[in-house]
Ligand binder design. Structure first.
Ligand SMILES: [Fe+2]
Length: 299
C-alpha cells in the first residue's frame, strides 16, 4: 500500500498547474478533459491532479495497492459501515478499486492494477508524495476508522496530530486535531535535504517565503518547509521521513514535548500560524458519488 496522488478541484486550474510546474518544481504529465496531471521523478504517473471548478475542494486522496490488499479492504470497509463505492480510474495509470468516505468526510481512494510510469531525471523534481494531512474535529475517531476499516496503523500521537502509516514510512497521512474537517497540507518528498533547500531558494526567487521552515519534525523526523501556494493550499517540501518497524511503539503526546519556545528539532524558523490556519480551511472534501455496496463492483 502506498500513497500516490491527490485529486483537487481549483478555480484557476491552469494557473495552479503553472505554479506547480514552473515554480514548485513538478513536471507536466498530461492534460485530459481540462484536468492537469503533474508528476515527479518517480514511477507514479502523476502526484497531483488539478481540475477547474468554481470552488476549491478535494475530490480524493489516492493510495495504490495490490489486488490482495484491495480484497482485504473491501471486506473491512463493507463491515465498517463507512460510505464507499466501487471506483474505476480514468486518470493516468488507470486501475480499479474503491473510494471510501472517512467519518468526517475525508475521501480516500484505493486502486489496484495501476500502471507505473518510467522515472524521469530532474534533481529538483519531487520524487513522490510522502503524506497528505487531514484536519478533523475528532482526529481519534478518524484514526480509529483508518485502523479498523483501512488497516492503517497509528505511529504516534502528539498534542496536535495522530500520525498514521500504511507501510514502513512513519506516516503517509495524519489527522490534525483542528476543530474542523479539511485538507491540512500536501507533502512532496524531495530527493535529499539539498533539494529541499534549493526548493526554498527557488520560491524565494519568486518572492515567496516559507510559512514555516526549514525545520525537522519530532515524529517521523522529516525535514520540512511549508508554503501557502497561490491557489490556496498548504504545500510542503519534505525529505528523510523515518522508516519504522512493524513493532514500532506508538508514541503518546507526553513522548513528544519540546523545550520552551521550540516546536521542531532545529528551532531555525518562525511559524505563521494565522496564515497557515486560514489556508488549511480552504479545501474541504466533496463527495460527488452515491454510496454503493462494494459487492456490486462491476470491474
Ligand atoms: Fe507535513
Amino acid at each position: 500500500m502506498k500513497l500516490r496522488s491527490i485529486e483537487l478541484v481549483v478555480p484557476g486550474a491552469a494557473a495552479a498547474a503553472a505554479f506547480l510546474t514552473d515554480i514548485w518544481g513538478m513536471a507536466p504529465a498530461a492534460v485530459r478533459c481540462g484536468t492537469h496531471y503533474l508528476r515527479g521523478s518517480g514511477t507514479d504517473p502523476y502526484l497531483v491532479a488539478i481540475e477547474e471548478g468554481d470552488e476549491g475542494f478535494v475530490r480524493s486522496t489516492t493510495f495504490v495497492c495490490s489486488e490482495a490488499e484491495l480484497d482485504g479492504l473491501r471486506g473491512r470497509v463493507a463491515a465498517s459501515g463507512l460510505n464507499a463505492a466501487p471506483a474505476v480510474s480514468n486518470d493516468p495509470g488507470g486501475g480499479h478499486g474503491m473510494i471510501v468516505e472517512l467519518p468526517e468526510g475525508a475521501l480516500f481512494r484505493f486502486l489496484a492494477s495501476t500502471e507505473q510510469a518510467d522515472p524521469i531525471d530532474g534533481r529538483d523534481l519531487p520524487v513522490q508524495l510522502t503524506h497528505v494531512v487531514i484536519n478533523a474535529k475528532d482526529a481519534e475517531v478518524t484514526a480509529d476508522a483508518a485502523e479498523s476499516a483501512l488497516g492503517f496503523r497509528v505511529s504516534d500521537r502528539t498534542k496536535g496530530m495522530v500520525f498514521v502509516r500504511c507501510n514502513d514510512s512513519h506516516h503517509s497521512t495524519a489527522f490534525a486535531r483542528a476543530g474542523f474537517s479539511s485538507l491540512n497540507h500536501v507533502a512532496f518528498e524531495m530527493a535529499d535535504m539539498d533539494a529541499v533547500m534549493r526548493g526554498i531558494g527557488r520560491l524565494r526567487d519568486h518572492g515567496m517565503a516559507p510559512a514555516w521552515g526549514p525545520g525537522r519534525h519530532g515524529p517521523g523526523a522529516n525535514v520540512f518547509a511549508y508554503f501557502i501556494a497561490p491557489f490556496g493550499a498548504v504545500v510542503e517540501f519534505s525529505t528523510a521521513v523515518e522508516k519504522v518497524p512493524d513493532d514500532y511503539r506508538v508514541g503518546a503526546p507526553e513522548d513528544w514535548t519540546w523545550p520552551e519556545g521550540r516546536i521542531d528539532q532545529w528551532g531555525l524558523s518562525d511559524k505563521d500560524n494565522n496564515a497557515l490556519r486560514a489556508a488549511e480551511q480552504r479545501f474541504r472534501f466533496r463527495r460527488e458519488w452515491t454510496p454503493q455496496p462494494l459487492e456490486t463492483a462491476t470491474v
